[in-house]
Design a protein around this ligand. Structure first.
Ligand code: NAP
Length: 259
């Protein structure tokens, strides 16, 4: 399907690996000009080369921490008028809420709530003036089905979700949509390093830990980041103009509810 976005410009945050990179690849395949952001210059440049070679897209890079004001300024200087914005950043660490002080909470809220809100604030009015915009926030299945040890993520991302629910209804008249993509368990570096840490803690092998985790997923496997990237590209397509304020869960059936 032609997604109708060839020639558009996308700013994809936290995109040298994993889900962000997969979104950049799918958008690149649709003919979108890309600017990708991540902190580590070496992996970022390698990702840009790989995405460029595999999709034919032109890919600009910004080595910056998107959760800082300076990082956001640098990203927006490289791509001042994006038609497509994919908000993403690393997730907060797991733990016990009794150990989290104000500083820890502010860091999580900064990264997973206020950063995407700042990015939207900086770009949405221009999108509305130009009559086209697609904003996708990568959140987590923990927004729908909280995971106790991920309290920082549950809290910060739920705050973002509430904000998006309101603002997404104010922009759609001007063909600017804002949606959230909720990953379940996708085979990325982050997931595998979490599983490796859990395996060491429980004194079991990495393979047994993977088996135990995939046994809880009706699909019987982890998601392929490419599946996530293609869902993102759909939400950014011309065809998705009537989809806004939605929370699209992609989890191999792991969430057990009817709605
Ligand atoms: P990943 O494989 O570890 O990739 C993270 C990417 O983000 C890397 O390119 C990393 O590069 C970049 N990044 C991290 N922090 C950044 C920052 N402050 N500024 C700019 N770039 C940054 O992680 P992932 O699995 O794709 O996860 C992406 C998001 O989805 C995370 O918030 C995660 O919590 C959430 N999530 C993932 C899953 C899953 O199953 N994978 C499930 C639920 C939620 P640098 O380190 O070089 O900056």
């Amino acid at each position: 399907m032609d997604l109708g976005i060839a020639g558009r410009r996308a700013l994809v945050c936290a995109a040298s690996k994993g889900l962000g990179k997969a979104c950049a690849i799918s958008l690149g395949r649709a003919g979108v000009h890309l600017t990708i952001v991540a902190r580590t210059a070496e992996t970022l440049e390698a990702a840009a080369r790989e995405i460029g070679e595999s999709t034919g897209a032109d890919v600009a890079t910004v080595a910056a921490d998107i959760t800082t004001s300076a990082g956001r300024t640098a990203a927006l200087a490289a791509c001042p008028k994006p038609d497509i914005l994919v908000n993403n950043a690393g997730g907060p660490p797991p733990g016990d809420f009794r150990d989290w002080d104000r500083e820890v909470w502010i860091k999580a809220i900064d990264a997973n709530m206020l950063t995407p809100i700042e990015m939207i604030k900086a770009t949405v009015d221009g999108m509305m003036e130009r009559g086209f915009g697609r904003i996708v926030n990568i959140t987590s299945s923990s927004v729908k089905a909280p995971i106790d040890v991920l309290g920082l993520s549950n809290g910060a991302r739920s705050g973002l979700t509430g904000f998006i629910a309101g603002v997404a209804r104010t922009t759609v008249k001007r063909n600017v949509t804002i949606n959230n993509l909720l990953p379940g368990s996708f085979g990325t570096d982050r997931l595998f390093s979490t599983i490796r840490a859990q395996a060491e803690k429980r004194g079991i092998s990495f393979e047994d830990s993977v088996k135990a985790r995939t046994a809880t997923i009706p699909a019987g496997r982890f998601g392929d980041p490419a599946e996530f990237g293609d869902a993102c590209a759909y939400l950014c397509s011309a065809q998705a103009a009537y989809v806004t304020g939605q929370n699209f869960l992609i989890d191999g059936g792991a969430y057990p509810g009817t709605f």
